[in-house]
Design a protein around this ligand. Structure first.
Ligand code: GRF
Length: 208
């Protein structure tokens, strides 16, 4: 059984998609061991509690330095003995020590088709604003492994969605979440939980 830590900062709709997929049997061989937020007020924490999932808050505000926060986050994760860390709308840059400690065991959902509209500064609504400014006709979401760069790790799954002329950043964000993120994040977790991924030279292959 794969034990997952889900790291969140906000509403937690991706967390909800993971919870629902486990309940519905779309994700097998996996359980959520803990949900960790950098924000005490994150609604994602309430979602976790409703299902009896353990939660923890590790906020940079509670530590004097970034190093102390990094250590606290590592300690918290280690204490739950997780096999996979899922970044589901987690808006903190991950500590290098954490990435080194969990090689190939951290995944992220990004709301664009990487390598478009990704990297430093591309998060939340800004991604969708940039897509609309550029006049793209399609966008989408990407699940990828996390390495030391920003949105540079091996790509696991991607799904495209259309961009419409009347879209606002908000309507586009909603479509990307509903039609792409909530589908491919659970799918990627299921693939990992069932040992169906192989990585070769920065490329990910999914198979039986
Ligand atoms: C999603 O758009 C995700 O791609 C981005 O942050 C948002 C998180 O939403 N990184 P939620 O907290 O899962 O509702």
């Amino acid at each position: 059984m794969l034990r997952i830590a889900v790291l969140v900062s906000g509403g937690g709709t991706n967390l909800q998609a993971i919870i629902d997929s486990i309940k519905q049997g779309k994700i097998t061989n996996a359980e959520i061991g803990v949900v960790i937020s950098n924000k005490k007020q994150a609604y994602a924490l309430e979602r976790a509690k409703q299902y009896g999932i353990k939660t923890a808050v590790v906020s940079p505000k509670d530590y004097q330095s970034r190093e102390e926060f990094d250590m606290a986050l590592c300690k918290t994760l280690d204490s739950y003995q997780v096999d996979l860390i899922v970044l589901a709308g987690y808006l903190v840059i991950l500590p290098k020590i954490l990435i080194e400690r969990y090689p190939g065991k951290i995944i992220n959902i990004h709301p664009s088709l990487i390598p478009a509209f990704c990297g430093p500064g591309f998060y939340g609504l800004r991604v969708h604003e940039a897509v609309l400014e550029r006049g793209n006709k399609i966008t989408g979401a990407t699940v990828h492994f996390v390495d030391e760069g920003t949105d540079t790790g091996p790509i696991i799954l991607q799904k495209a969605v259309p961009v419409y002329e009347q879209d606002t950043p908000e309507t586009l964000q909603k479509r990307v979440m509903e039609e792409a993120e909530w589908t491919i994040l659970p799918e990627a977790i299921d693939l990992i939980a069932n040992n169906r991924l192989r990585i070769d030279k920065n490329k990910v292959y999914a198979g039986e």
